[in-house]
Design a protein around this ligand. Structure first.
Ligand code: ATP
Ligand code: MG
Length: 261
């Protein structure tokens, strides 16, 4: 795994065609992601970020989506990577099951995969510890804050130990304070688990706070406008790294402005 690229995308184009519509969403997208790295994707609303994730994660897109180019996840086609459980997907809304408590929600994928009860209980215990959710083990989703619900869905995605985590605007529903808290938590999880993270966000601030590399997409038909490497140590802080930090914020903002026209 170490020597393989976690994600490799070559000349990827995607067009929705059917029902009287013809919409090219992605156009000649090329990038690769190093194993163990943290990369953000930012781009104008509706430019095709979620579509790109669906394609990477092997989720079925509508039959009407025509795809050109090559996507590889650790050298495998998306569907193979998906069935090998290489990919964990975390979406904007946590989609937890209300009739299951925190631990039972995290256990769900393991039950589906036929893990023994002992084995899955042990894994869930470790995840609860990693996510500092031990005391909420028996809580129902509706008894948790939005940030905690999102942590449970991260735990559920981590349960089968995928190498690559795809996060599609996971914290966009949170207020600034909780978003920053979750940003710190995700950095901790990334450091502890050494997973590869690909993270979609609308927040310029979040890209600079979190990632080693920021991929900026243009308007539809979307292609890569620029890739910026964020060369700042972790943990990051506006106070400590102020001049460099704000230089990156300015750079990402400028590129996003150009990319949106
Ligand atoms: N199944 C589909 N059929 C037809 N068009 C679709 C389909 N899914 C997405 N689209 C179109 O593709 C474009 C990109 O959608 P997508 O959800 O990938 O954008 P996005 O960058 O994630 O947007 P946002 O920033 O708002 O989350 C949109 O114009 C959308 O209408
Ligand atoms: Mg989206």
């Amino acid at each position: 795994m170490e020597n393989l690229k976690a994600v490799s995308i070559k000349k990827l184009s995607a067009t929705f065609d059917g029902n009287g519509k013809h919409l090219q969403v992605l156009n000649n997208v090329n990038f690769s992601i190093k194993n163990g790295s943290f990369t953000s994707i930012i781009g104008p609303s509706g430019c095709g970020k979620s579509t790109l994730f669906r394609l990477i994660s092997g989720l079925p897109t509508k039959d009407s989506c025509k795809i050109d180019g090559k996507i590889r996840i650790y050298g495998k086609k998306p569907l193979t990577a998906c069935s090998d459980k290489d990919i964990g997907l975390i979406l904007q809304t946590p989609t937890l099951l209300e009739w299951r408590n925190v631990a039972q929600n995290m256990k769900l994928p393991l039950e589906i995969m036929g893990y023994s009860s002992d084995n899955s209980n042990k894994k869930v215990k470790n995840l609860l510890k990693l996510l500092e959710l031990e005391e909420f083990e028996k809580y129902r989703p509706s008894e948790l804050s939005g940030g905690m619900q999102q942590k449970v869905s991260i735990g559920r995605a981590l349960a089968y130990n995928p190498e690559l985590l795809l996060m599609d605007e996971p914290f966009c529903a949170l207020d600034e304070i909780n978003r920053r808290r979750m940003n710190n938590e995700i950095i901790n999880i990334w450091k502890k688990t050494k997973k590869t993270i690909l993270f979609i966000t609308h927040s310029i601030e979040e890209t600079v706070y979190l990632s080693q590399k920021v991929i900026i997409l243009t308007n539809k038909p979307s292609t890569i406008h620029k890739i910026i490497n964020i060369d700042l140590p972790y943990p990051r802080s506006e106070e400590q790294d102020s001049s460099k930090y704000f230089k990156y914020i300015k750079e990402v903002r400028g590129c996003l402005d150009e990319a949106s026209h």
